[in-house]
Design a protein around this ligand. Structure first.
Ligand SMILES: Nc1ncnc2c1ncn2[C@@H]1O[C@H](COP(=O)(O)OP(=O)(O)O)[C@@H](O)[C@H]1O
Ligand SMILES: [Mg+2]
Length: 246
């Protein structure tokens, strides 16, 4: 039985005359891990940003548990809370320490009491390997990999139904990539629904239930990791992979 959290139907997004997303449809089931691969400029970030409505789609529908969130009058509060986002550039609050970074959305947005928020933040920070000795540190005192793990703990702390990751390891020094990917792999195993834009092909192959290859604003091919990486059907998928898998 499939149980879609999100159904994206015929999504289009233009910036002026530039049609960046051209009719994208995708269902995302609970617990699924979907990787999105594709060349720079193919619309991957715009797609993620349109899913969580950081960009307003030009056309199409987004059904969240069967309800169209783009319809007039739909209350987006819950929808926005339930989709976490992890960016390439971390986007931590530089003026707050690690622990406060993982608390603030819980107390302000979810109105949790301080004690509960703190307990949840600590649990999630520990889960990503950022235990007590880091809690008082400022983001500026952390490595990129540590910052990204805090950003993941922060996203987890508001009980998301899914987390969207936009190239979470692209801004990291090579030696930091592994620790973030391992953290994400643990989350994938724990049953979290994840949509991950990544250039880490080995990782995508290992953790994904499905791989989406985007090219020029469309889903050019999708399938299991085996289908996409070992037996791609489309010429442009083959070309793209040739550049990444040497
Ligand atoms: N806010 C924006 N305004 C205008 N054009 C944009 C904006 N965001 C993205 N684009 C354009 O959309 C296209 C796809 O970009 P993007 O979604 O960032 O691709 P990717 O993440 O696959 O590299 C690019 O041509 C980019 O210039
Ligand atoms: Mg991008």
């Amino acid at each position: 039985m499939t149980n879609p959290i999100l159904e994206i139907r015929h999504l289009k997004k233009s910036f002026g005359h530039n049609e960046v997303l051209k009719d994208i449809s995708l269902s995302i089931n609970k617990g699924e891990v979907i990787s999105i691969i594709g060349s720079s400029g193919s619309g991957k970030s715009t797609f993620l940003r349109s899913i969580n409505l950081l960009e307003e789609p030009t056309e199409g529908h987004i059904l969240y548990h069967g309800e169209n969130v783009l319809k007039k009058g739909y209350d987006l509060t819950t929808y926005r809370e339930k989709l976490g986002m992890v960016f390439q550039s971390f986007n931590l609050f530089e003026n707050l320490n690690v622990l406060e970074n993982a608390i603030v959305a819980q107390t302000t947005v979810l109105k949790r009491n301080r004690t509960e928020a703190e307990t949840i933040a600590k649990t999630n920070l520990e889960k990503v390997g950022m235990g007590e000795r880091y809690w008082k540190a400022r983001p500026s005192q952390l490595s990129g990999g540590q910052k990204q793990r805090v950003a993941i703990a922060r996203a987890l702390s508001v009980d998301p139904e899914a987390i969207l990751f936009d190239e979470p390891t692209s801004a990291l020094d090579p030696e930091m990539v592994g620790e973030v990917l391992r953290t994400m792999q643990d989350l994938a195993k724990s049953g979290l629904t994840m949509i991950i834009v990544t250039h880490e092909m080995e990782f995508a192959k290992e953790v994904s239930d499905r791989v989406i290859f985007m090219d020029k604003g469309i889903i050019a091919e999708e399938g299991t990791p085996q289908q996409i990486f070992e037996n791609p059907q489309e010429e442009r998928t083959k070309e793209f992979l040739k550049r990444f898998l040497k």
